[in-house]
Design a protein around this ligand. Structure first.
Ligand code: GLC
Length: 740
């Protein structure tokens, strides 16, 4: 088709559009659909993983049997595949190329769980923007991110990919990532369609075992697991992805209630819903479909527009239409959603990408990645050891993650290049090697290492040093999809390494690089200072170096609870009070011999762990200290549709200029359903100079006080509410007001 013909066609459509007053894109879609055969429609619903320029793929493209390709990253192959799809197919419909660009493409940012620990959504937005600029430079226009599954189970490998346990924090970060990926205009060549995933309830997998079943009552689904997806819709996410799990026996890929009633009818989402990899086919394994044909019918009826790699649609949809099992109308709806995203991305006008060999690792990207890693680290403990001062002359840098470039990327970093990562050992040597004598000795070769011979060398290095920096944690492979752990302690002989180092009597700084909270109470007790850095990405090393030596002050706060023991899980801050909250209990180490059966305090706790986690959601220290005034409310009552202001003055009482994340929590102590003991409803990260005070104000209205009721309505019930403005989810004093 010549350019002139295309121009005339588009002009006609546009004129036609004006007559009908309909959105011009919809008119173009109408026109295109009216020309498509059933085969071509079904072809758009078929997503395949890249096969290079294989003859098979070329043939399928010419015949219009593919709507999207994922995991192709060679810009020349992408352009050639696109050229075939556009020039050699009958209707010239461009492909959309997708990839999991979760926390960076080449310049890798901290894993999302780490980014959430920064409590600075701008960091997530900037990281997503940079990822989009790098990935679109090779032709990737669709990322399968943000993952906005609320996760309260650190055994689950994908907690690494999440923004933690809280619906509000996850909503804020998910929306920021959508904005970053999609940029100002989706049709800009450096914008990528975001994909809110995995819809929904995936983080509730039983036993923290991936793909496992979930049992989620509707009120909990709507209170906890859906808000972050609704926030993604409100942020304009172009696409959604189904989750692998079933909710109460219904797999998401066949869940009409989820995908049609909620996503389309309640939320008015008009983007595209893609299955997860093979998730349509997996309905057979789930036991709700006897065969792929039935699974295809279930999925299309449930509103799944595109089939990622199950070959269910391309194989069975036509027959299902011919047999009258499904209507062509329902197929048109899905094709419309797919074409809408392609039009919005500008793929019809600009299907190809101009390669840009300077797109990766730009200085501003590297700087942003370092800043993100700095802001993501959470200081858990500091017995006046950090920041390291000049009194120390020799520093031992040990541990399996001290110089492990690949590992610090964390999970979901397919396109990362270890050669570009700066490890802690390299950074400390390059940046601080003049002021300090640095001795590097891993002690263990990798995090799961069970060979103790290296420990002796590490201990010897420690003995020669004034202070020991231990970089411990998890290899990247130990978290992420399908990488769940039933024991979340430090793998391998790391605990032994730390205990041996402790015996040297040297002060220890423990730095954890991991994809999840770990049960490390003993190791924390053996250390003088502890920084929890998650997997910090390309620039984890320089960030940690500047944090340890004080050029940067830690400001991260936990986006997820750190349990004392794996047996406490699920343990999270927004729990219910229960009828017997854990009070005056006796723990196992204090039980006298031969006591009477009911003498330990009949309340909600574990004999061997008590009733509190090791560190709560929202917790994080600084090198400075902060004081919070009593919370002041602008009124003691709130009108039904009114609002009140809660304010608190925060003072930096330490000697460092530092940042603090001021958090707003509320509680409904008496309601028709038992409500959580606290719920995060706002936060603000502020910088205070040493000695400086600042009054932080939060507006509260009834929309933040409501919850979902069993009749599927959301509203706040009149009565007393409690408010905290505090430094974490366990501290602060509540003040109350009444909602009329
Ligand atoms: C995987 C993941 C999903 C990812 C998709 C494509 O199985 O569940 O998050 O986007 O397949 O790689």
């Amino acid at each position: 088709m010549t350019k002139k013909t295309v121009f005339i066609l588009m002009l006609t459509t546009l004129l036609f559009a004006c007559q009908k007053g309909k959105d011009s894109t919809e008119i173009k879609i109408d026109k295109l659909i009216s020309e498509m055969t059933l085969d071509e429609k079904i072809g758009q619903m078929n997503q395949l993983t890249g096969m290079g320029l294989s003859d098979d793929m070329k043939e399928q493209l010419k015949n219009g049997r593919v709507g999207s390709i994922l995991n192709e990253v060679d810009v020349n192959i992408i352009n050639e595949l696109q050229r075939i799809a556009v020039e050699e197919s009958r209707l010239h419909i461009p492909l959309i190329f997708g990839r999991d660009v979760i926390h960076g493409y080449k310049t890798i940012f901290p894993i999302p769980l780490g980014q959430a620990a920064s409590w600075d959504p701008k960091i997530a937005e900037t990281g997503a923007r940079i990822a989009a600029e790098e990935a679109t430079s090779v032709g990737i226009r669709w990322t399968f991110a943000p993952m906005v599954d609320v996760s309260r189970d650190p055994r689950w490998g994908r907690i690494a990919e999440s923004c933690g346990e809280d619906p509000y924090l996850t909503s804020v970060f998910g929306a920021a990532m959508v904005k970053g990926f999609q940029g100002d205009k989706l049709s800009d060549s450096n914008s990528m369609a975001a994909c809110a995933k995995h819809f929904a309830g995936y983080g509730a997998a039983e036993a923290g075992k991936d793909y496992n079943t979930t049992w989620i009552p509707d009120v909990q689904l709507r209170d906890v697991y859906l808000p972050s997806f609704k926030a993604a819709v409100d942020a304009g996410a172009a696409t959604f992805m189904c989750s692998f799990n079933d909710i109460n026996g219904v797999p998401s890929s066949g869940n009409k209630y989820l995908n049609r009633d909620i996503l389309r009818d309640e939320w008015k989402f008009d983007g595209m819903l893609v299955s997860d990899w093979g998730s349509i086919d997996q309905m057979i394994s789930h036991g709700v479909s006897a065969n792929l044909k039935n699974a295809a019918a279930k999925a299309i009826e449930a509103g799944v527009d595109m089939d990622m790699m199950a070959l269910a649609y391309i194989t069975h949809l036509k027959k299902l239409v011919e047999e009258g099992v499904i209507s062509e109308k329902i197929i048109d709806e899905s094709v419309r959603n797919i074409l809408r995203v392609k039009f919005r991305l500008g793929l019809f006008e600009n299907p190809n990408v101009k390669p840009d060999s300077n797109a990766f690792y730009k200085p501003e990207a590297i700087a942003a990645a370092k800043y993100a890693a700095e802001e993501s680290a959470v200081l858990l403990k500091n017995n006046n050891l950090l920041p390291l001062g000049s009194s120390f002359k020799t520093v031992a840098v040990v541990g399996p993650l001290a110089d492990a470039a690949l590992e610090q990327f964390g999970t979901w970093s397919f396109d990362a290049e270890p050669a570009h990562a700066v490890t802690p050992l390299k950074a400390i040597t390059d940046m601080y090697g003049k002021q300090y004598k640095i001795i590097g000795e891993p002690g263990l070769v990798f995090s799961r290492d069970s060979n103790a011979t290296g420990i002796t060398k590490a201990v010897a290095a420690a003995k020669k040093a004034d202070v020991v920096l231990v970089f411990a944690g998890e290899e990247a492979i130990l978290s992420g999809e399908a990488h769940c752990r039933a024991d979340i302690s430090l793998p391998g002989l790391q605990n032994q390494l730390i205990s041996e180092l402790k015996k040297t009597g040297k002060p220890i700084v423990l730095v954890i690089m991991a994809g999840r909270p770990l049960t490390i109470e003993k190791q924390i007790n053996e250390s003088n200072a502890v920084l929890y850095a998650f997997h910090g990405g390309t620039m984890a090393g320089p960030a940690l170096a500047d944090l340890i030596f004080g050029k940067v002050i830690p400001s991260g706060k936990l986006p997820v609870t750190i349990p004392r023991m794996v047996g406490q899980i699920p343990v999270y801050y927004a729990h219910k009070m229960t009828g017997r909250p854990g009070t005056n209990f006796v723990t196992i180490d204090k039980i006298p011999i031969g006591v009477f059966q009911t003498s330990l305090g009949n309340t909600s706790f574990h004999l061997d762990a008590g009733d509190k986690p090791l560190y709560p959601f929202g917790y994080g220290l600084s090198y400075s200290t902060f004081e919070y005034s009593k919370v002041k409310l602008s009124a003691k009552t709130m009108e039904k549709n009114g609002k009140i202001t809660a304010e608190c003055t925060v003072k930096n009482t330490g000697k460092f200029d530092a940042k603090e994340v001021v958090q707003l929590y509320v509680r409904d102590p008496v309601a028709s359903l038992a409500r959580p003991v606290r719920e995060l409803k706002g936060f603000e990260k502020i910088l205070l100079k040493a000695g400086e005070s600042k009054t932080i104000k939060f507006e509260i209205d009834a929309t933040q006080l409501g919850f979902w009721h069993e009749d599927k309505t959301y509203y706040a019930e009149p009565g007393e509410f409690q408010v905290w403005i505090s430094k974490d989810s366990q501290s602060g004093e509540a003040v109350s007001f009444k909602l009329k």
